[in-house]
Design a protein around this ligand. Structure first.
Ligand code: NOJ
Length: 746
């Protein structure tokens, strides 16, 4: 008996023993290397060298010599397989200690086969979609020797003006955390083989909270907001094993994030127990100078070093100054050794020391059918149906269609932001695919690109519209209008798209509006022109086939909004998990600006928190999206109305598919902690499930709520679980659902 217990305990402990054996081996190797490396070689490991796009032509002798001398730990944007192989060979065979290089690239939502933009992937609310994107990206990128991607971007975004909302996982910490884990699993794949990419959780920290949605801008954040909203996806990524983190460009409460001891040591290392390495963003270390935090480059190196920033991307403050700072005693060798060890340990864990120099096998992997299929599936799962008047969708196949709009045949733009390597020649556009599938379609773009202000194409578009039964208008934004440094103060359709839509409306033909964009678009001026509205984001390589399947009803649009959709930019930032305020907006007292009686007395309208013009509700709430079927939620039931702090609670609902086709609904569970020691949001997403149901069938959907899901962080950064009343909703989005409540007691 005693023996068998010991044996099973031993078997249970085996994986942990193996890990600690590995880490012992790693430590020995690291100590051994550190004892032999010169100061210059150590500083070299902290350098991420590269170019802004790619090395053109051959590699310079100077570049190769830098590797030979051990003056770089990683290389960015060298994109030819043979060049990476040559540099790695130099590092392994000609540098003194044979330490391998990590080759890095921004592989954000696909390498060659491009998936929907990350905000679109978030709209799938589906971890396997995010996983597939990361896995396919890794397989394609690693085929030429890339082993590190600067993804996933995990900045919570509440502001549609911010260009980088396109790269984000949306506004909700739970959804972003689920996606974070899936991306890390897909990229790193537990470093099982050489198709794994080192992932990089970015941008640490608070980058999405920049004032006014202006990129790189100032962030003021308190502990509670950071720990409840912005930190959870990073925590999830680190728990999933993310081995690198990128520090952000923004300042955070007056200190640039790339030189913030609080963020990089206290939060990241101490609280999240991160044991990989931190890389700066592009020059973000030396940007501490224009921020007004560092006096000069040497001071910048000192501040970032002391804050615990391990690797410097592109700027050269460490290379230029760390040696002097060590020699004059400003910084210590022991701290340098910790940083070098962080980088070496990561290289060991990802198996880089043992990895053979890659042979280019990209030819068999780029745009493989299986990859294209996954990209198509992801595009379908990301599309969100916002409006479907009189069930105009799915399309009736006998209808003659006029396909119009600047994004209908925009192979580059439908790939979206951050697609350095996807080739537009491989993109299948709607215009191309629809015309191949049916002769019921005639195509006239009307406008040739999203910002086009010429009316030259109108006549052709209007003629084709008049000769058809229905118009599909594919509009939106070119890829360049979202992404880094591409914020907009006005988020309406650019160019003359609104005007063209108005002209098309005058033909009397029904209009299906498909939007391809990197952010929610203000629909205030055009919503009434469209009978159906479908958000396709920038859908990637397979956008055309995916859209065809969705519009014709072969598939359903399965996406749900991962961000609140504002009526106008002026409503931003706008998010569902807002605070109630002391004077919450209220439809019974709200008077729209044009309904205010002339000469109305100052406080005659009530004093609540709203805009006189755009009110207080969004155009579409977080979590929203329609099906081609219809669902009814009924019989909300709680296993008990009182739980102790160690109990759990089962909540269930009856979901009925009342429509005529099989369909999937996203059942969402929200809670509200009614009274807290600090005020709590009006709603918080706590769980969700995709439920597929045949036509005219129902099922019971159950969730279990554990006390841990009811906790929050207070202004001192302490985790709290407070007794009291909680409201609970189960429904199809954040603005509707059945409501009940329960009490948590001590
Ligand atoms: C700047 C961006 O902020 C970051 O996301 C990206 O990974 C780096 N540049 C490298 O290109």
């Amino acid at each position: 008996m005693y023996k068998s217990i010991n044996l099973s305990l031993f078997i249970l402990l085996l994986p942990f023993l193996a890990i600690s054996q590995n880490s012992n081996d790693y430590n020995k190797k690291i100590d051994n290397l550190l004892s032999q490396m010169t100061i210059e070689q150590k500083i070299g490991q902290l350098a991420l060298r590269g170019t802004s796009s790619r090395v053109k032509g051959g590699l310079s002798e100077e570049f190769k010599q830098m590797i030979r001398e051990g003056e770089a730990g990683a290389i960015l944007n060298v994109m030819k397989a043979e060049q990476m192989a040559e540099l790695q060979k130099i590092a392994l065979e000609e540098s003194e200690h044979g330490i391998p290089l990590i080759f890095a690239r921004d592989v954000i939502h696909g390498f060659k086969t491009i998936f929907p933009i990350p905000l679109g992937l978030a709209a799938s609310w589906d971890s396997s979609t995010a996983y597939d994107c990361a896995r396919v990206s890794s397989i394609e990128a690693s085929s030429i020797g890339i082993r590190w991607t600067f993804a996933p971007m995990l900045d919570i975004s509440r502001d549609s003006r911010w260009g980088r909302i396109a790269e984000s996982p949306g506004e909700d910490p739970l959804l972003a955390s689920v996606l974070a884990k899936a991306y890390i699993d897909g990229f790193q794949n537990e470093f099982k083989d050489n198709t794994s990419l080192l992932a990089c959780a970015k941008h640490f920290m608070g980058y999405g909270a920049a004032e006014g949605g202006r990129d790189y801008n100032t962030v003021y954040m308190n502990e509670a907001l950071m720990r409840n909203i912005y930190l959870p996806p990073f925590k999830a990524a680190i728990e999933a094993g993310a081995l690198t983190v990128m520090s952000s460009f923004n300042e955070y409460n007056g200190v640039p994030a790339s030189a913030s001891t609080f963020l990089l040591k206290e939060v990241l290392r101490d609280d999240l127990a991160f044991d990989g390495f931190v890389v700066s963003d592009w020059n973000s270390l030396t940007e501490t100078i224009p921020h007004g935090y560092a006096r000069d480059e040497r001071h910048a190196a000192e501040l970032a070093f002391k804050a615990g920033l391990d690797m410097e991307m592109t700027s050269r403050a460490y290379e230029n100054h760390l040696k002097t700072l060590l020699e004059n005693g400003t910084i210590q060798m022991a701290d340098l050794d910790i940083m070098v060890a962080n980088i070496l340990r990561t290289k060991l864990r990802m198996g880089l020391f043992d990895a053979p120099i890659p042979k280019d096998n990209s030819a068999t992997l780029y745009y493989k059918n299986a990859h294209l299929e996954k990209a198509k599936e992801a595009a379908i799962k990301s599309m969100v149906l916002l409006k479907n008047k009189n069930d105009i969708l799915p399309l009736n196949s006998s209808k003659k269609i006029a396909l119009i709009g600047p994004l209908a045949d925009a192979p580059h733009d439908q790939l979206g932001t951050w697609t350095f390597d996807g080739e537009k020649e491989h993109t299948i556009t709607p215009a191309h695919y629809f015309q191949e599938k049916t002769d019921q379609i005639s195509f006239a773009p009307g406008l040739t690109f999203s910002r086009d202000r010429s009316t030259h194409g109108y006549a052709d578009a209007l003629n084709k519209a008049k000769a058809s039964d229905l118009i599909i208008f594919i509009g939106g934004e070119e890829a360049i209008l979202s992404g880094e440094a591409h914020s907009r103060a006005n988020i309406a359709l650019p160019g003359k798209q609104e005007e063209l839509l108005k002209e098309l409306k005058s033909t009397g033909k029904p209009i299906v509006l498909v939007i391809m964009a990197g952010r929610p678009i203000s629909l205030t001026n055009i919503e009434s022109y469209a009978d159906a509205i479908l958000m396709a984001w920038h859908p990637g390589t397979m956008g055309g086939p995916a859209l065809y399947d969705v519009l014709t009803g072969i598939r359903e649009p399965e996406g749900r909004l991962p961000v609140t959709w504002p009526k106008s930019a002026g409503q931003s930032p706008l998010y569902y998990n807002q605070k109630n305020t002391g004077r919450p907006a209220d439809s019974t007292s709200f008077v729209q600006m044009y309904d205010i009686p002339l000469g109305a007395w100052q406080s005659s309208l009530g004093n609540n928190s709203h805009y006189l013009d755009d009110g207080f509700t969004p155009h579409y709430p977080f979590g929203y999206g329609l099906n081609y079927s219809s669902f009814i939620y009924s019989e909300l039931d709680l296993s008990t109305n009182k739980i102790s702090q160690s109990d759990s609670l089962v909540v269930s609902i009856k979901l009925t598919n009342t429509g005529n086709r099989q369909s999937t609904d996203l059942v969402q569970l929200y809670i509200q902690d009614v009274v807290g020691s600090i005020t709590r949001p009006v709603k918080e997403l706590k769980d969700f499930q995709h439920i597929k149901l045949d036509a005219k069938t129902d099922t019971e959907v159950k969730f279990v709520i554990y006390p841990d899901q009811l906790t929050f962080y207070n202004n001192d950064g302490e985790k709290c679980l407070e007794s009291g009343m909680f409201n609970i909703w189960i429904g199809p989005n954040s603005a509707s659902g059945l409501k009940s409540s329960f009490e948590l007691f001590d």
